[in-house]
Ligand binder design. Structure first.
Ligand SMILES: NC(=O)c1ccc[n+]([C@@H]2O[C@H](COP(=O)([O-])OP(=O)(O)OC[C@H]3O[C@@H](n4cnc5c(N)ncnc54)[C@H](O)[C@@H]3O)[C@@H](O)[C@H]2O)c1
Length: 373
């Protein structure tokens, strides 16, 4: 299927709000714990089972959240016939096989980002959802942040006029999620920071810009620091992996958009820059500009809107409320399941195609066009 083309498909009949949905979570790393905690606290859903290879971690989680069942492998979890929905929060090479097995087993799936390692894996997941008439959603929690949602309203309200250029980034000085883990192995992760954190940046930037279509990309990737051993996160506990580092540690990509605008995206796990972790976006519009910076994962970033008042530069600082991150993602997924249609699967597959084009552009050292049939 063409994941870049607008796509709608019918799903199963809506589910009554009086039915309590039974949820499972696969993976008990940072991401899986966010999903488990969200199901445990949301109304209308019961967290019925957890799967993860680390027995002490899943036992502690199950005890803390009052979950009746915790097992090692995902296939054991799916043997529970009472499940309705499942979150897949495992290393990226396992997203497609576990998601497709869940869909074929009749479950609605909320998969962690990135949807998959490659566009073809992503397309096979979208096809499986279509065949099974089940929801395939993907967790893009940054888009649910209060500062990002507020900035979207600023753009929608026309405060910036026509936004024609945006610069968006997620840069870490030393933020490799454990050198030698599955994250730094191309076969298992599919890519480095561009696919890991750059995909969040792409997602929120295109959301803020009103979902223009990306027509071309010109990207470069580098691995000059991490291959020399620089850039490992100070505290990190990522699992598995074959050792080594064969992905990029920094990527930069220049994207042309079908509305005439352009977007610059940067992502790094290792770079000689100010200490810590920073993501954000700067928007340039005909009536105003805006800048959001989030340092060290603070719940609310610094959000400024720039304008011209009587020929004088003006700055307004906005103070939005924090969003609820994965809680909002899981709540929206459950609403989608109940409504019987929707989900971010197709859009997430589109983002995977953009990242893939960036990697191809970096390798070929030229601009690559994205086609939509
Ligand atoms: N949305 C976000 O902000 C965010 C943040 C971190 C990670 N992630 C994504 O979440 C996913 C997991 O990342 P993580 O940081 O939690 O990784 P991790 O390495 O910390 O945890 C991976 C988990 O998968 C489990 N697992 C592996 N094979 C399994 C199997 N056969 N059966 C059952 N469980 C199995 C492991 O036991 C482990 O609990 C990745 O796709 C990552 O990109 C998203």
């Amino acid at each position: 299927m063409d994941v870049l083309a607008p796509h709608r498909y019918a799903y199963h009949p809506p589910i009554s709000t009086t039915k309590t949905l039974r949820a499972g979570v696969v993976g008990v790393g940072w991401a899986g714990i966010q999903h488990a905690e969200a199901y445990a606290k949301l109304p209308g859903v019961e967290l019925a089972g957890i799967a993860g290879l680390e027995e002490p971690v899943r036992r502690e989680l199950a005890d803390r959240l009052g979950v009746e069942r915790h097992v090692g492998d995902w296939a054991e979890l799916f043997a529970d016939e009472s499940l309705d929905v499942v979150s897949v929060a495992v290393p990226t090479f396992l997203h497609a096989p576990i998601t497709i097995a869940a869909l074929e087993r009749g479950l609605h799936v909320l998969c962690e980002k990135p949807i998959a390692r490659t566009p073809s894996e992503a397309a096979s997941m979208v096809d499986a959802a279509e065949r099974a008439d089940r929801v395939l959603d993907v967790a893009f929690n940054h888009r649910q942040r209060g500062d990002i949602q507020t900035l979207r309203r600023v753009v929608e309200d026309g405060r910036l006029g026509q936004v024609y250029y945006a610069k968006a980034w997620w840069l870490r000085r030393t933020g490799i999620p454990t050198l030698g883990s599955w994250f730094t192995n191309r076969e298992q992760a599919g890519g480095g920071p561009l696919l890991d954190i750059g995909i969040h940046v792409l997602d929120y930037a295109l959301f803020l810009l009103g979902q223009p279509r990306v027509t071309t990309v010109s990207a470069s990737t580098y691995d000059l620091l991490a291959t020399g051993g620089f850039g490992d996160a100070e505290v990190s506990d990522k699992t598995g992996g074959a050792g080594g580092f064969d992905v990029e540690d920094l990527a930069t990509a220049f994207l042309r958009l079908d509305d005439g605008g352009t977007l610059l995206v940067e992502a790094s796990w290792a770079a000689h820059r100010t200490a810590g972790d920073e993501f954000g976006i700067t928007l340039f519009g005909t009536e105003g500009g805006a800048d959001l910076r989030v340092v060290d994962m603070e719940a609310i970033g610094t959000l400024k809107v720039f304008s011209d008042v009587a020929g004088v530069a003006a700055v307004t600082e906005l103070h939005p409320r924090a969003g609820t991150g994965h809680d909002a993602v899981v709540a929206q997924f459950l609403e989608t399941v109940r409504a019987g249609r929707g989900g971010e699967g197709v859009a997430a597959a589109g983002l995977a195609s953009i990242v893939d084009a960036c990697y191809r552009s970096a390798e070929a050292r030229r601009e690559i066009a994205l086609t939509s049939a």
